[in-house]
Design a binder for this molecule. Sequence first.
Ligand code: FES
Ligand code: FE2
Length: 346
Amino acid sequence: MWALNQWYVAAFSNEVHNKLLARKFLGKPVVLYRCMDDRVVALEDRCAHRFMPLSFGHVENDNVTCGYHGMSFDSSGKCVRIPAQENIPSAACVRSFPVHEKDKLVWIWMGDAEKADIALVPDMGRLNAPEWIAAQGYHHLKADYRLLNDNLLDLSHVAFVHSRTIGNAAVANSPITVKQTADTVSVHRDVVGALAPPFFEYLGKFTKPIHRWHTVNFHAPSICVIEVGCESLEGVDGEVRIEGCVMHLATPETEDTTHYFWAFIRHFRQHDSALTEYIRQAITATHGEDKVVLELQHTALTPAQRDNPVGFAIAVDSGPIRARRIVERLISEEKRTKAEQMSTEA
Ligand code: FES
Ligand SMILES: [Fe+2]
């Protein structure tokens, strides 16, 4: 249900230090840490000896020492010390995963290491650009990551789920346009002539009806970058025009759970730290509302419905359905390549 040969967000850079951080990605336990030269390392969180989670141990001189019988593994996963024993068996190593740190994010590749091309790391450069300021956060979802894709590609739900922050009825009542390429889907909506919902009213100080827009850009398999903006229709109201971008970076944890990293970035009133904190709290509350919905929806689905969780499709399902088809194609291409490899080797 997931594509292995992809870069996924493992952590925000500021979460990874010179101590062990345990996380599961795509069903595999991983331990992350930062070396003395600032490099980030990801090893399977499972000691090669008796399978104790390595995260129970500690880091010393860039090596991880298991907290059960004291074997040490270097940053490549190779065992470099066994207490009271000279001989180190060749099987004494743990898997290491390719990682790449970019744009204040740590990306991990859970698939075939030789295919991990850093040129394929998605560009989130605005997270690291001085003219943009970020409010960011993390939610742990007890839901299939594909339900989060569905949610973000159909923002009609903000009218019903987020009326306290980013939504009002005018959003659901405005039509969408959908575009698609091989690996991307884009859903755009203009909402013209309605009052701003509470969050945007606060951000832009709008008092009269506005033009509001959002464009959801989906990058398979689990990233949605939403460009948002509002402008005064009369040209003199409030801040006149505000623009921002919300990065939704999902990483499957298991078949039933998802890491949901997000950042709201803006390039207006960048030095207003009270505004940054307001945004952080408002978006945390908003995504908390999505978490409730997605977890209830996940629980309601039968196993047979998980790959296609829709009773009947309406216009707003166009984006989510196209995105699901792209993800399905990536997964089936991987399976086909793997099967071909295995038949060649046999
Ligand atoms: S389980 Fe790790 S050293 Fe024995
Ligand atoms: Fe939402």
